[in-house]
Design a protein around this ligand. Structure first.
Ligand code: SF4
Length: 667
């Protein structure tokens, strides 16, 4: 599938200038009137009406507080004078090429000259030209009408004949009319005033429609120059005429392999781009359904073929239009760069690439002596220079930056220095299953990993740069670590032995024993996935890139509380939490259990702790000894009973249940 947009499609210089004049005034908050439709494009007209523009048929209808804009077609001298006499503020956006015709026909003498105007006398531009004629004139549409005029007006040969044309007149008709005039008159001054923009658009439509199997012609249904383009195209291939994107039908384009797009002088660039984008989407989806993946190599070859640096010239930017850039190349020919030859970046706007006065290295693509134009390419010169930089970058392992301009199933295409570099999907990221669409239009850093100079093919890796950056970040992170350092992180996952904390460059392990001073069975008792936590470094090893972390806080350390508030000999209420043959474990503070040896449970002799105690019982105990280093506490119930000979042992125990009560009572 291939879609090609004619470089001349869309706004010409004159229309662009007139439309911009209106939008500039609107942006400055001015009230604007236009004399007739400024452009034959319903979407633009709608937009202007919504923004408050008034369209008036004559100057008398324009309000005094507004600025009247004359459109690119121009107006008669009478209308110009009327505007002045009414005292209206006015901006004349008549195209300079049309103004030139006004000057030619005005600079004539009533008794000496006769003007022949090739064009449609009902068209506003021709009406304007006629309105500037200073002498007798004839307007005609074609050869036959001219022949008729010559036959009916026998005495014209005594006058000087001036021959001009409507700017959009057919070149073929112009030539045959010129031959007819020359064969009838001697004193003839010829002014070929056919506009290059129109000529170029028609020639390109002719060439493109001969290559394409479908032509899409975009423009207003009332636009005569768009209708002419449609006529040209449909002679050569199947063609459709649309005004807006909604007119595009899937069935009309789905089977086309080569689609050409052209557009009339009143068609804005964004509508052309929108249509192109929609067709690309339709065709890509269609291809995907048929299992035809885009072959990157073919695409790359296509973009670089015909590269020829033999005809390089320097050019200075003298004008910028939506579809092309005008350059002075120091020759009599006018130079222009179609937007498609400006940059490899799709959807680029000329004003984002160049500015007036820039000196550019350019490649001559085509010279047209008849039109006096030279078509130039900037992107091909950039590509030649850029490819050398690609080779150097590969040899020096340099990191390059570029913009992701295309996303495919197999990878992405990055544009750097005018060169497209393919990055396979597996080398776009440092983790699997990344959505490549997220990279679209982003600047990325990458290395060149493969270059094929003969085929001008380059393959890069973003992953290589990401891994290096990650490794540097990890090294810097470990270099900054010390035991006890406080770090912020996010709870990433749970294991039965603890939880992993995402610290940024690496994950650290928070063992279950470091979560809380109290005994817990599962990390989820304290934390949940995604929690932001502050942890301290317990230990780390740079080589193995492992870090152990602590979450529990020193100030909550129950052994400190024990040291301060519970001296040896003090009494505390405890809860039986474990029973063994040699004693019972009792919890005296959250996180601190002590041992009541079997000999310290009762004044009476008992064989095992279970004879007197049950799990859950609450007992008063005396703290007999504390080993702070080994975290051991010795407790005694018996010590509290020693002064109370004969007192019932069961009074020191708050029983945990009926079974224990009955057992105790039975003793
Ligand atoms: S077609 Fe040519 S003459 Fe007409 S407005 Fe455009 S640039 Fe001017």
């Amino acid at each position: 599938m291939h879609i090609e947009v004619a470089s001349s499609a869309g706004f010409c210089f004159g229309v662009n200038r007139a439309v911009n004049t209106v939008y500039d005034l609107l942006s400055k908050g001015k009230n604007v009137c236009t004399l007739g439709f400024i452009i034959h494009n319903p979407q633009i007209i709608d937009d202007m009406l919504k923004k408050g523009v008034k369209i008036v048929e004559s100057p008398e209808n324009a309000s005094k507080d507004s600025i009247l804009v004359i459109r690119a077609h121009g107006v008669t001298r009478n209308v110009e004078e009327n505007i002045k006499s009414l005292g209206l503020k006015c901006i004349d956006a008549t195209c300079p090429f049309v103004k030139k015709i006004h000057n030619i026909v005005a600079n004539t003498s009533l008794n000496e000259d006769i003007i022949f105007i090739a064009g449609d006398k009902n068209h506003p531009e021709v009406k304007g030209i006629i309105g500037h004629c200073n002498t007798k004139f004839f307007a005609f549409n074609d050869y036959n009408e001219l022949l008729d005029i010559i036959k009916k007006n026998k005495k014209l040969s005594q006058f000087n004949i001036l021959f001009v044309a409507q700017t959009t007149f057919s070149l073929r008709q112009w030539k045959s009319c010129l031959n007819l005039l020359k064969s009838n008159y001697k004193n003839i001054s010829v002014y070929n005033t056919i506009c290059n923009a129109t000529l170029k658009r028609q020639c390109e439509a002719e060439v493109l429609s001969k290559k394409a199997d479908l032509m899409v012609v975009i423009g207003g249904k009332k636009s005569s120059n768009t209708a002419k383009l449609f006529d040209i195209c449909k002679k050569n291939c199947s063609s459709i005429f649309i005004e807006k994107i909604e007119d595009l039908q899937f069935d009309e384009i789905k089977n086309s392999k080569f689609i050409g797009i052209t557009a009339g002088a009143s068609t804005p660039a964004d509508i052309i781009e929108e249509v192109k984008q929609k067709m690309e989407d339709i065709l890509k989806n269609n291809e995907a359904e048929q299992g035809e993946d885009l072959n990157f190599e073919q695409m790359l070859e296509e973009s670089l073929k015909n590269l020829n640096t033999d005809d390089e010239v320097k050019g200075v930017v003298v004008g910028i239009a939506p579809n092309e850039v005008y350059v002075d190349i120091g020759r009599k020919h006018a130079g222009f760069i179609p937007v498609a030859e400006l940059s490899n970046e799709p959807n680029v706007r000329p004003e984002d690439v160049v500015k007036i006065g820039d000196e550019l290295d350019l490649l001559i693509m085509r010279t047209n002596d008849q039109d006096g134009t030279v078509m130039l390419s900037k992107k091909r010169v950039d590509a030649a220079k850029g490819f050398k930089e690609i080779i150097d970058a590969k040899n020096n392992n340099t990191i390059l930056t570029g913009k992701v301009i295309e996303v495919m199933k197999a990878g992405v295409v990055v544009l750097t220095n005018g060169i497209k570099v393919f990055i396979p999907a597996s080398l776009t990221t440092d983790f699997k299953n990344k959505d490549l669409e997220e990279l679209k239009n982003n600047e990325v850093k990458f290395r060149i990993i493969e270059v094929n100079e003969r085929r001008r093919r380059a393959i890069g890796s973003i992953r290589s740069v990401l891994l290096d950056e990650k490794s540097t970040a990890i090294n810097e992170f470990f270099d900054s670590l010390y035991t006890g350092k406080l770090l912020k992180g996010r709870v990433k996952s749970f294991k039965n032995y603890g939880t992993f904390i995402d610290l940024g460059p690496v994950d650290g392990l928070l063992h279950i024993s470091e979560l809380s001073w109290e005994r817990i069975k599962d990390p989820s008792e304290i934390l949940k996935i995604g929690d932001e936590v502050e942890v301290s470094v317990k230990s780390f090893d740079k080589e193995s890139r492992k870090i152990s972390l602590i979450y529990k806080k020193d100030e909550d350390n129950p052994w400190e509380k024990l040291k301060n508030d519970y001296p040896i000999g003090s009494t505390v209420e405890a809860k039986i939490v474990g029973l063994t043959d040699y004693g019972a474990f009792a919890n005296i503070l959250p996180g601190v259990d002590g041992l009541i040896h079997v000999s310290q449970i009762s004044k009476k002799r008992i064989n095992k702790p279970q004879d007197a105690l049950s799990i859950g019982d609450k007992v008063n105990v005396m703290i007999k000894d504390i080993d702070f280093e080994k975290h051991r506490v010795s407790l005694s119930i018996k010590a509290l009973l020693e002064g109370n000979q004969g007192e019932d042992f069961s009074k020191s125990i708050e029983s945990n249940g009926n079974k224990e009560n009955s057992e105790n009572n039975g003793e």
